[in-house]
Write a protein that binds this ligand. Sequence first.
Ligand SMILES: Nc1ncnc2c1ncn2[C@@H]1O[C@H](COP(=O)(O)OP(=O)(O)OP(=O)(O)O)[C@@H](O)[C@H]1O
Length: 289
Amino acid sequence: MNGATVDRMAGVDPVPGVAKPDPILVVDGVRRSFGGLTAVDVEHLEVQRGTITALIGPNGAGKSTLFNLLTGFDRVDSGTWTFQGKQLNGLGGHRIAREGMVRTFQLTKALTRLTVMENMLLAAPGQTGERILGSFLRPQWRKQEEANRARAEQLLERFKLLAKKDEMAGSLSGGQRKLLEMARALMVNPTMIMLDEPMAGVNPALVQSLLEHITALRDEGMTVLFVEHDMDVIMGISDWIVVLSEGKVIAEGRPSDIRADQRVIDAYLGSGYEESGREPQTDTGESHE
Ligand SMILES: Nc1ncnc2c1ncn2[C@@H]1O[C@H](COP(=O)(O)OP(=O)(O)OP(=O)(O)O)[C@@H](O)[C@H]1O
């Protein structure tokens, strides 16, 4: 399961902005400021199809903001990005999800007062607006609903949540909510999944299971981009790591490249990381998304 056992990035130089052989996502000149603060300033970034890529960096580096911009939950000040060759600027989150790029949130968005199944069905394609049409085309609508329910059951089974399908999402543990969040994201059958801190607040017993789910998605051909602070997780499953600091990509490479990169050690990992193999000293407080 370790990204290091197969080099999916063979021949790619560990240089910020480096071109990839088969990029699914290409970001150019994406900038976003809040008042006088430049939160994101990414000159060029490519994400290789079919890999697990980690986006790491200190608190406030701009990781969540970049996720929000690319997935249509915030607007860029300038810049463009393409997903599978299609420019996504200006599209909202639902449209972008329909293009095949979905994301999860740092603080899970599971609706606590709906059941697990209801949460899944809400994430299904065609949930917004199409119900009105559905009232005129009821048989098709019912067929769609049945297909959505079947897919939801399949995914809940995969994520070991099927037994909980009629329970309120609010009754799930933190880790189970993360699993539900992943299952929900998969309802639209995406090509790429972006996970914002999938391990935050997860009981260690479930971390391994989440890791296996993430690597399984990659092994089935999906592209995974994830933000995470846990260095063991990052180094263990990533094919490639992108390091953001003050909104800019300061390094990218394989885990072995990143571990040895002096700029990354200075900006994020801290001296002593290499010897101890420990997590960097960072506050992972979830004050915002
Ligand atoms: N809506 C907002 N309004 C004002 N400032 C914001 C907003 N969102 C983010 N910021 C600021 O932009 C910078 C980047 O924040 P962002 O949340 O993207 O960082 P991050 O790398 O995801 O951090 P963390 O690891 O703590 O989640 C921070 O200085 C943050 O305070």
